[in-house]
Design a binder for this molecule. Structure first.
Ligand code: IPE
Ligand code: IPE
Ligand code: MG
Length: 253
């Protein structure tokens, strides 16, 4: 089990081990060029490829990307349909390459709503890459932070044995959270200028460093990622303690 930022004080490194990204701004990228919104989503997949490679290069261990929120069903049906087609084709075309690069693919979210064809592709991608030791690339699709927490609480209640006490602890919940296989994100990035969480990893972002950039997702490249990591490495992560405590805790301070 990974350390909890509220129960333990995790060790941190200058390169974030887990980066979670809200890839926002595809529509505006396209609109600025008088292109249909879908062109922005397509370009967004290219950015995703570049950022995955850049994370591998930087030594990031987990990259989690918000691809479709539980609220994105509210978009026009044709945009939702095109996003599903894009997800399907990306899974079909990219998995072999990801596998060859030792990348473990995970999908979190309520995928049952995607239909059997897409669900089967998701299962295949996860099964094929499950033993890979490199970067863990997680796609959050039909994911919502509230959905995740409610599901975990309900599952934990169901699995409580009659002998155990009737109050849930963090440790009881942890195995049922969608991201149970990863440490909590060190760095959160949202592109596209908005400064909100939009129901992304509500539980897991408790002590994550939050980075917001105006850059639209299709323009977010390796240099932009490097800038975000540079910003991260200058943060003092106190986890509730004082700065003085941190400095005296350092071995040769
Ligand atoms: C993010 O880009 C991609 C998804 C939500 C699928 P948007 O489509 O939200 O782009 P903007 O925010 O309208 O520019
Ligand atoms: C968040 O972006 C979801 C994804 C990037 C998948 P949105 O564009 O849907 O967020 P809001 O609606 O502006 O908060
Ligand atoms: Mg948006």
């Amino acid at each position: 089990m990974y350390p909890s930022t509220t129960q333990d004080i995790p060790e941190t490194q200058s390169v974030p081990q887990h980066i979670a990204i809200i890839m926002d701004g595809n529509g505006r990228w396209a609109q600025k060029r008088h292109l249909p919104r879908f062109a922005g989503h397509r370009k967004g997949v290219e950015a995703l490829r570049g950022i995955t490679a850049a994370c591998v290069k930087q030594g990031v261990r987990y990259l989690t990307l918000f691809a479709f929120s539980s609220e994105n069903w509210r978009r026009p049906a044709d945009e939702v349909g095109l996003l599903m087609d894009l997800f399907t084709s990306a899974l079909t075309q990219e998995v072999d390459k990801l596998h060859a690069n030792d990348i473990r693919v995970k999908v979190v979210g309520d995928t049952a709503r995607f239909g059997t064809k897409l669900e089967a592709l998701i299962d295949q991608a996860q099964a094929k890459t499950q033993h890979n030791q490199g970067l863990t690339l997680t796609i959050a699709a039909n994911y919502g932070g509230r959905w995740d927490m409610l599901r975990a609480v309900n599952a934990a209640i169901q699995h409580q044995t009659s002998k155990s006490k009737n109050e849930l602890t963090e440790a009881d919940l942890q195995p049922y959270l969608a991201m149970h296989f990863a440490p909590e994100p060190d760095l959160f990035i949202r592109t596209g200028g908005e400064q909100r969480i939009s129901n992304f990893l509500l539980w897991q972002l408790a002590y994550t460093e939050l980075y917001f950039t105006e850059t639209l997702w299709p323009d977010f490249d390796a240099a932009a990622l490097e800038q975000a990591i540079g910003w991260y490495s200058a943060r003092e992560r106190r986890f509730g303690r004082t700065s003085e405590q941190l400095n005296t805790a350092k071995p040769h301070a």
